[in-house]
Design a protein around this ligand. Structure first.
Ligand code: ATP
Ligand code: MG
Length: 326
């Protein structure tokens, strides 16, 4: 299952209908600062049923509508259409849904072109294994949030992400699977470190701590890690948690900011591993991530400031060679 097609119209900086076709493996969205890359993620998230303005990076619902410029009027309607496909096969089963909204707050949901209630829409998306897709997103501002929290808050955040009752704790089999995934991912990203999940309780509050043992028997707690080590651990932890959720795609918005060259290389192996099971739609400026792309999507702005897709490439060996040498 993967997100195959996204069409955006009137949403934030996308004034005109804009189509993009993603690949089942890794799709990379690239472009300069401010061209509208993160707006694409917002559009997907909104069409998946998100209503929280905060999570859509807005103050008011009006912020979702293209605001207009000297050549184009403001949008009065937004429409985002998503197509999912069961597999890469040509005749694989697919599903197209869309969400529309007008400035007076009227929403319209469709499934295969037919009107649907919000409940039918939600159920249809769940039937396509996307129950948790709104959770498998890492925003560029959020990369370190889980590792920066105090352990009791981390425990609550993990329970909330996993829909677990915090008073009952985290079940043993879940802990084992999480620990296994985390160890595997850290094996790529920080092979010199041994990582251990620690569930405990302090002052009556349950907490979740992570200990990292470095060479020389140095045992570090999360807050003692360097910025880059935190980013690596955070990414591994988040994706290990995502592995427990039901989502066919992860949206990753510039998640590799403060990694050194060695880490970028191991990051490639890590991303390949994750993308073997889950589609990754990644926003990045990094060459090493771009080299992994199955498709490349170039976003640009027109002279009037609105966004458009300047190019779309299906990556192949020849293109990759060309890319690497220029
Ligand atoms: P960066 O690499 O810096 O994160 P980005 O490509 O992710 O950049 P976005 O956050 O997607 O950038 O887009 C920001 C742009 O979208 C800004 O130029 C902003 O003016 C424009 N924008 C945001 N909301 C609207 C709107 N409602 N109408 C028109 N333009 C908008
Ligand atoms: Mg951005």
């Amino acid at each position: 299952m993967h997100l195959e097609d996204v069409s955006i119209e009137g949403f934030k900086s996308f004034s005109e209908e804009t189509d993009m076709r993603f690949q089942a493996g890794i799709s990379v969205i690239m472009g300069n600062n401010g061209v509208g890359k993160s707006n694409i993620l917002d559009a997907v998230v909104w069409a998946m049923g998100e209503d929280s303005l905060d999570r859509l990076r807005c103050y008011s619902p009006d912020d979702l509508f293209f605001g207009g410029n000297r050549t184009q009027p403001p949008a009065h309607r937004i429409k985002v259409r998503l197509t999912f496909r069961e597999s890469r096969e040509k005749d694989a089963v697919g599903m197209t849904v869309s969400r529309e909204m007008t400035r007076d707050g009227q929403n319209r949901f469709t499934i295969e072109g037919d009107d649907a209630t919000p409940e039918m829409y939600r159920r249809q998306l769940s039937a396509f294994h996307t129950k948790d897709a709104l959770k498998t997103i890492i925003r560029q501002e959020q990369i370190n949030d889980l590792v920066s929290m105090p352990p009791p808050r981390r425990f609550e955040a993990v329970c909330s992400l996993m829909d677990l009752d915090p008073t009952r704790g985290i079940p043993g089999d879940f802990q084992d699977q999480l620990a296994q995934r985390l160890t595997r991912y850290m094996g790529y990203l920080m092979p010199e470190a041994d990582i251990a999940l620690k569930l405990g309780a302090r002052n009556g509050a349950k907490d979740l701590d992570i200990q990292v043992a470095m060479p020389g028997d140095r045992r570090l707690r999360l807050h003692q890690l360097s910025g880059g080590q935190k980013a690596v651990t955070s990414l591994a932890l988040k994706l290990a948690l995502f592995g427990q959720l039901q989502s066919p795609f992860y949206l990753l918005d510039e998640v590799e900011p403060s990694l050194d060259y060695t880490h970028h290389k191991s990051m490639q192996a890590f991303l390949k591993d994750v993308s073997a099971r889950t589609q990754l739609i990644m926003i990045t400026h990094l060459r090493t991530t771009i080299e992994l792309a199955d498709s490349l999507h170039g976003v640009r702005t027109r002279p009037d400031g609105s966004s458009f897709m300047k190019f779309y490439f299906l990556m192949n060996k020849k293109l990759l060679r060309l890319y690497k040498c220029c």
